[in-house]
Write a protein of this length. Structure first.
Lengths: 251, 251
DNA sequence: CGTCCTATTGATGGGGTTCAAGGCGTGTGG
DNA sequence: CCACACGCCTTGAACCCCATCAATAGGACG
């Protein structure tokens, strides 16, 4: 680490690292942008569906769900945002939110003025490019979620989500090599995977019984990650872990 | 229409219209960009997973599937691209494809050099912004697909996809008010919805029996679109049909 | 006229939901 | 300090939606 961002910025810093050299100065300027900071308790709604986005949300700590409620009252969590993630992923298209933002854990977020943010990007091309790549990664995760929901069995879904979250947490250094903290309830987990609570719980126990994972409190420990990956045909390619293929965009 | 684009460009033109005034000159310059044009027969692979994107793909006519194959051989079509759609949606992040591009119908595409494309965008801010909005719409559709797969029943999925495709086709003027052409096979349809062929067929027949739709050859005619929308809780908000909320991005 | 692809329908079985009840830990108030 | 409540997790039992297997029909095409 040649740059020592404030702890608040560390996740974003790690997240953008793979996408090429971002000037220390740029990160510092991002760090120095005026902001409002807010905290939310578990389960609280951070922003409602339909809200016109007039702020850039940066997640400092905690997990945030982008979720949709159907008329029947059921919920689908479309995407789980981790520290360092930004809403909207594409800061140039400030739309109305088509989903809720909900705190899946205790959450700290920072709000920026979009104009400040975009002005900074326009004089920081590397940072700009890195954010595009981070956005692209988010969308790849959405695509992979579609595959997971459309074509994988329940046990595969559970395994696949574990492995994906683990990789994402590794990037921001909030996981160990073979374990990670899963702070959300099974209820939230269920709504990511499109399953029932009962059945998802059974699949969890089955993974334990097969000695693929271990659970202690909120910690998930992999006991045989390779076998787990094989079980659910996990391929981290969609996470674009190396920024390879980045193209300078006429800079 | 104050601008008369070549027939090839009409869908893109219609697609970008809602997102604010794009200068006629800009569209003309896009139209004049050097390109390669290619055609693909039904079922042919346009680009394989893993290919480094070094071209911008614009769909001129036909439907293209972004699909993933699992080890088991099953396929999930992650997204259906229609005329006027662009791959990659974000032309600034040229990654490796994490899915296949397949021709769901006979397809004509145009390939552009990314550098040409980006250079044009850098001197055409309105066009640039419109493309961001178009990209954002694509991602919203992905999110809605996740809800569809995760929390909707089979018959709801079928109805929902019909209504969504109809809306998208209306935008590019390739549908009538109460009907549209569905040129893809039920096999492809199945792989969008994550269902089995047999069951999906039954749901189609059931929608007919309930007098909600009618099918003649490849034409789907709505017989009671309101009831169909209610059945599947369809809400076109995710399509961002009006460009409202567009924000100038410091231009 | 046979072949191949797509659509359709019947029969059967299983993966996952729903209903129901109990366990466990934690916080809270008497 | 204990009793109780509440949230979350866990497990059993019954049912059902949807997948799978199987067979036929109906073009399109050579």
């Amino acid at each position: 680490m040649d740059f020592d961002p404030s702890a608040a910025f560390a996740p974003l810093h790690y997240r953008l690292q793979p996408y090429g050299g971002i000037a220390r100065e740029d990160l510092r300027r991002l760090n120095d942008l005026p902001y409002t900071q807010m905290e939310f308790a578990v389960g609280r709604r951070i922003a409602p569906r339909g809200r016109q986005l007039d702020r850039i949300y940066l997640i400092i700590s905690g997990w945030v769900g982008q979720s949709r409620y159907l008329m029947s009252g059921t919920r689908q969590i479309v995407h789980v945002l981790l520290p360092g993630d930004i809403v909207p992923a594409n800061v140039f298209a400030l739309r109305k939110l088509d989903h809720e933002l909900e705190a899946l854990t205790h959450v700290v977020i920072r709000l920026f003025d979009p104009e400040d943010f975009v002005n900074l990007l326009q004089t920081a091309p590397e940072l700009n490019m890195a954010l595009w790549w981070a956005a692209e990664q988010q969308y790849s995760i959405l695509r992979e979620s579609i595959v997971r929901l459309g074509r994988r069995s329940s046990i595969e879904r559970v395994a696949h989500l574990f492995l994906e979250l683990h990789r994402r947490l590794l990037i921001i250094r909030q996981a160990k090599e073979e374990s990670f903290m899963l702070p959300m309830t099974q209820e939230a987990f269920r709504d990511v995977l499109g399953l029932s609570l009962v059945h998802m719980n059974r699949m969890l126990r089955q993974l334990e019984k097969q000695k693929l994972i271990e659970r202690k409190d909120t910690t998930i420990q992999f006991r045989n990650r390779q076998e787990l990956s094989r079980l659910c045909d996990f391929d981290p390619a969609h996470l674009h872990l190396n920024g390879e293929g980045a193209w300078g965009g006429g800079k």
